[in-house]
Design a protein around this ligand. Structure first.
Ligand SMILES: [Mn+2]
Length: 488
């Protein structure tokens, strides 16, 4: 099946192999007459005059910046390959962020190569699987044949769409093995390409390429900001969907919430940008609760942390903590309002010229004040912050860069990110939380099992910031009114 005629097999070898397979009885049902019949009688479906994809002009600018950073070197950026889920089924394919960022393309096995054109400048080529060959039976006998997986773009069509010359990827590994001169590859996506380069690359130099591509994504261009807003808008609708079916979730489990949000993500976007956290009751205190198999009970809170990923792979990352029955209890409201105050302080600290750490510090300060005020920690607040004592209940950093990866720019150097300075065009989450574990004996019983997080997606602007997810209510009163309206 899928592995009988692998895509990287040079074309000229394939007819022979197909013949041998038939002879060996691998395709016992295929007579020479059927094989002959399948070769012919197909219409020419080549598409002509295709317009470039929306981000083509932007990807060209990104490749030019990459070229300027690594003059005279061959740069290899793979999309990645299908990953086996079980036997001959694969996980849904998601192209590497680096490849999609530089090409706008998302097809499996694709590889972008920037070939140096002397001391400065590069020639970009995108290497792709071409249309399936009909002559050798590949299109219907191979698991990667278009009859099984769907029509691909021809190389000519891909060139028009991406604005990059396209070649057959099955010739790439050999070409890379033969090529001379310095080369770097983005690791972790394509073992075939990496093994072709194994004698020519070093870990340290490849890491510099990865770091560059991570830092390059920190400031978003106009296209990216539009896509992030789209992702957030779909996410807002997904949250509304969930509120409308909370009774069904109560009758079943957290899975009903996960499935409801996923429906919105698949209909309006590519997927969810990360596994949805649908955490009812004490599950809210488990930061990455994605099992989502628990009960949803009236009187408990639901912490929903979810984001739609657009077709272009930009994701939202939004959290709301909602009372399942529509009304916060007194203790839930007290904790919720404290987290909201901390988020307000955090958002206010997001502006150009501010340090990345500032919004975290602002939020943590508010949370430490509340914990002292409630008698859970002994003051003064400065002592608490100095010793980090609030972290027993605040647990995580207050936010991160957001983009094609939910934790975007993760390979950036500390000085360029965590110790860096905010600039217009950066997009980040502000997401303080308080979590009182169900078995935490250091807090009064009424706190135990309550977890609250509020998370919004904030764009740094020239003037300060813009909350991309402002369409979702944040104060406890506004959340209750919004839920009442949707459930009404
Ligand atoms: Mn987040």
């Amino acid at each position: 099946m899928a592995d009988e005629l692998t895509p990287e097999t040079p074309e000229e070898e394939q007819p022979k192999k197909t013949h041998k397979q038939r002879k060996n009885g691998l395709y016992p049902g295929v007579s020479e007459e059927l094989a002959e019949s399948m070769r012919t009688g197909w219409a020419d479906t080549e598409l002509h005059g295709l317009e470039p994809i929306a981000q083509a002009a932007h990807t060209a600018v990104r490749r030019a910046a990459l070229s300027a950073r690594f003059p005279g070197e061959r740069l290899v950026v793979p999309a990645g390959r299908l990953k086996t889920r079980s036997n001959d089924t694969e996980y849904p394919f998601r192209a590497s962020t680096e490849y999609a960022y530089l090409t706008g393309d998302q097809t499996e096995n694709g590889v972008l190569v920037l070939e140096p054109t002397g001391q400065s400048g590069h020639k970009a080529t995108v290497y792709l699987l071409p249309r399936s060959n009909r002559e050798n039976g590949e299109f219907w006998l191979s698991g990667q044949g278009e009859l099984w997986v769907g029509r691909r773009h021809s190389l000519t069509e891909a060139e028009q769409l991406l604005g990059i010359p396209a070649k057959d990827v099955r010739e790439l590994a050999e070409a890379l093995t033969d090529a001379e001169g310095p080369v770097r590859v983005v690791r972790g996506h394509d073992t075939l390409i990496e093994s072709a380069l194994t004698d020519k690359v070093t870990k340290e130099r490849d890491e510099e390429l990865r770091v560059y591509l991570s830092e390059a994504r920190a400031v978003k261009d106009e296209f990216e900001i539009g896509e992030l807003q789209k992702a957030v808008d779909s996410t807002v609708r997904g949250f509304e969907d969930v509120v409308k079916v909370l009774d069904k979730a109560e009758a079943t489990s957290e899975r009903y919430i996960e499935g409801t949000f996923f429906l919105r993500a698949r209909v309006e976007g590519n997927d969810v940008g990360y596994g949805s956290i649908c955490a009812a009751g004490p599950h809210a205190c488990t930061l990455h609760w994605v099992r989502n198999d628990g009960d949803v009970r009236s009187g408990d809170l639901l912490l929903l942390d979810a984001g739609v990923e657009t077709h272009s792979l930009y994701t939202a990352d939004v959290t709301r903590t909602l009372p399942v029955n529509g009304t916060y209890t007194d203790i839930q409201r007290k904790i919720y309002d404290a987290v909201h105050a901390a988020q307000e302080a955090g958002i206010a600290a997001v502006k150009p010229g501010a340090k990345f750490r500032d919004f975290h510090d602002a939020s943590q300060h508010v949370l430490a004040e509340k914990l002292v005020e409630w008698g859970l920690l002994e003051g003064p607040v400065e002592r608490v912050l100095e010793l980090g004592l609030q972290r027993r209940w605040t647990l995580h950093g207050t936010g991160h860069m957001l983009g094609m990866d939910v934790h975007d720019c993760a390979a950036a150097r500390t000085e360029a990110y965590v110790d860096g300075t905010l600039e217009p065009g950066m997009c980040l989450t502000v997401e303080p939380g308080l979590y009182f574990q169900a078995d935490d004996l250091t807090v009064p019983e009424e706190y135990r099992g309550i977890g609250v997080r509020i998370e919004d997606d904030i764009l740094v602007t020239e003037e300060g910031n813009r909350n991309l997810s402002a369409a979702l209510p944040r104060t406890s009163e506004d959340v209750e009114a919004w839920m009442a309206r949707l459930k009404g």
